[in-house]
Ligand binder design. Structure first.
Ligand code: BV8
Length: 247
């Protein structure tokens, strides 16, 4: 039987051991900030400086030497590039840790559905620009030159996630679904496993059972840097064996 098309979904838990805060863990981002104050279009309209400060802090963290892709990021990069069938890594994360492990042509495997911290978008001309500095309410757009319209290229609550058509196409063909480091609380991503039940083999790899754990065919719990590399080696060996048996 040829290897099935693969979708991997990741959340903040995969970046926890790289030193980036998750959202809903006890010391997570939503313990210190309210979603309504920093992660909605209404918040940005009401107090853009406060929203910029929230994302400037998180963007600056990505440049700290200690913040690097961990063994789980590298294992998933190996999985999607070595998988003998189509493989798509959909991440809810806005950090660039997956991107660092999938450079050049390998980037085709990666879909950051909630946007990217290291990009900014102009509300005047719509141009998306690579961005590593702080953003402010005065920042001029490098494309149209107009100030005051730059926002993080991030999908806020109530906004439509990116790449949904590509995700839907991949879901239609998907035979294997891996969910890593997500609490399964944010839609539409949290709905993927239910949509794939009965059509794809589904596996959850998470520190602890997520909200949707009961929907998965199997689940393994532990730190991502421990359980993800082991699971990846098992899955690749299984696919290799099946390829050999095929002859
Ligand atoms: C949409 C960018 C329509 C921002 C994010 C009512 C009103 C309005 C909307 C809604 C509503 N009810 C539902 C909705 C939809 C809403 C939603 O789901 N709300 C929830 C709160 C109920 N969704 C939206 O608004 C989305 N848009 O619906 O548009 C639409 C829909 C379909 C089609 C067309 C149009 C937009 C959602 C995107 C919001 N933006 N991020 C930012 O990053 O600042 S969401 C945010 O949550 C992050 O992206 C994050 O990734 C995501 C999910 O969180 P997790 O990644 O799972 O992180 P969390 O902390 O929760 O969990 C971490 C997990 O890791 C835990 O399980 C933990 O155990 C585990 N872990 C920890 N350490 C480790 C570990 N695992 C392994 N190893 C470790 N070491």
């Amino acid at each position: 039987m040829p290897a099935p098309a693969l979708i991997v979904l990741t959340g903040a838990g995969i970046s926890a051991e790289s030193g980036l805060a998750t959202f809903r863990d006890p010391n997570g981002l939503w313990a210190r900030h309210r979603i309504e104050d920093v992660a909605t279009p209404e918040a940005f309209a009401r107090d853009p400086a406060r929203v910029h400060a929230f994302y400037n802090m998180r963007r600056a963290q990505l440049h700290e030497p200690a913040v690097q892709p961990n063994a789980a990021h590298h294992a998933l990069a190996r999985l999607v590039t070595a998988w003998p069938a189509p493989a798509l890594l959909v991440t809810q994360n806005v950090d660039d840790l997956h991107a660092r492990t999938l450079p050049g042509a390998a980037a085709r495997h990666l879909l950051p559905m909630h946007g990217e911290l290291r990009k900014a978008r102009c509300l005047h001309c719509g141009q998306v620009t690579a961005w590593d500095q702080d953003l402010s309410t005065q920042t001029p757009c490098p494309a149209c030159g107009k100030p005051g319209g730059m926002r993080p290229h991030i999908v806020w609550f109530g906004e439509t996630p990116l790449g949904l058509e590509r995700i839907e196409d991949a879901m239609a063909a998907c035979g294997m679904f891996l969910s890593v480091g997500t609490s399964g609380q944010v839609y539409p991503a949290a709905g993927f496993v239910a949509a794939l039940r009965g059509r794809a083999r589904t596996l959850e790899l998470n520190l602890e059972p997520s909200l949707g754990s009961h929907l998965f065919d199997a689940a393994e719990h532990g730190p991502a840097t421990t359980i993800v590399p082991a699971a990846v080696e098992r899955l690749l060996a299984e696919a290799e064996r099946e390829k050999k048996e095929e002859g």
